[in-house]
Design a binder for this molecule. Structure first.
Ligand code: MN
Length: 279
């Protein structure tokens, strides 16, 4: 084993995982000027957690936050300091194969820039970072502070805390990890929908035909909170996945599987259990 390689590299087999290799010229980006990036990756490993990463000193300083961030300043979220990750890791989404370190799915839950309030290297070394985030989900002022919790052993435990500002919200009213579970890159969820031989079989067989709900004319928008989506011109297609075989149907039930081989392949690659998709 190469003793000069980083903990990040030592833990991974890059012949197997699609995670990025460390940059060959580590340090070059230390001289880079401009905004410092942050990313939060939701990681469905043995235990679901959120990897909070701040660009600093040419690398991504990293903490694993089991519960994820909270907008409530009273919530002090445990953040376990872990090894640095290469800057290119910030764009990683995908599946870390079974048997590999951190096996499981990863999505980019939030990304943006962070602005340290003090000299960030000194603040990081002293164990108390105060900063602002400008992300797609998280904004405003935050603190990461090192703590000495009982029973933490040699683990480097920190706390992630939302500072009081106009973006703070009580947890009784709003949970950002529940309200916004999706990837900011693809909109994907970590839904554990992919076929796993250990998953229980769904109840009963899926129907052979499926009638989709259709839009209807109304004279006024509905009351209450609602969203709209732009109508794209195109084909509404229903996909039936049964025993891994994919068939495509129009909304009137015509079989269009042969007309759309690319879409069939793409859906097959998702390895879904028996189900209907409407899109
Ligand atoms: Mn992780």
């Amino acid at each position: 084993m190469d003793k000069t390689s980083s903990e990040y590299t030592r833990k991974r087999n890059f012949d197997v995982t699609s995670e990025p290799k460390e940059e060959a010229l580590r340090g070059r980006s230390k001289k880079a000027v401009g905004a410092l990036r942050f990313v939060i990756q939701k990681h469905d490993a043995r235990n679901l957690h959120y990897d909070f990463r701040l660009e600093l000193d040419g690398t991504l300083k990293s903490w694993a936050v089991p519960k994820g961030p909270s907008l409530d300043p009273q919530d002090k979220r445990l953040a376990i300091h872990v090894e640095d990750h290469p800057l290119s890791y910030a764009a990683f989404e995908g599946r870390i194969p079974r048997g590999q370190y951190g096996a499981g799915d990863v999505i980019v839950w939030d990304q943006g820039i962070w602005q340290p309030h003090d000299d960030p290297l000194k603040a990081y070394a002293s164990g108390k970072l105060k900063f602002s985030l400008v992300g797609e989900k998280l904004s405003g002022d935050w603190t990461l502070v090192r703590t000495r919790l009982k029973g933490s052993g040699d683990k480097d435990h920190w706390l992630l805390i939302k500072e009081r500002d106009e973006l703070a919200r009580p947890s009784s009213e709003y949970s950002i990890v529940e309200a916004q579970p999706q990837s900011v890159i693809t909109g994907a969820l970590l839904a554990r929908v992919k076929a796993n031989p250990r998953d229980p079989k769904p109840d009963g067989p899926i129907p052979d035909v499926f009638k989709p709900q259709l839009a209807t004319w109304v004279s006024e928008p509905p009351s209450g909170d609602w969203l709209y989506e732009i109508k794209f011109d195109g084909y509404r297609i229903l996909a039936r996945i049964k025993c891994a075989a994919v068939r495509l149907y129009t909304r009137n039930g015509h079989d269009w599987t042969e007309k759309m081989p690319l879409q069939v392949k793409a859906i097959e690659a998702l390895e879904l259990q028996d189900s209907w998709l409407d899109g």
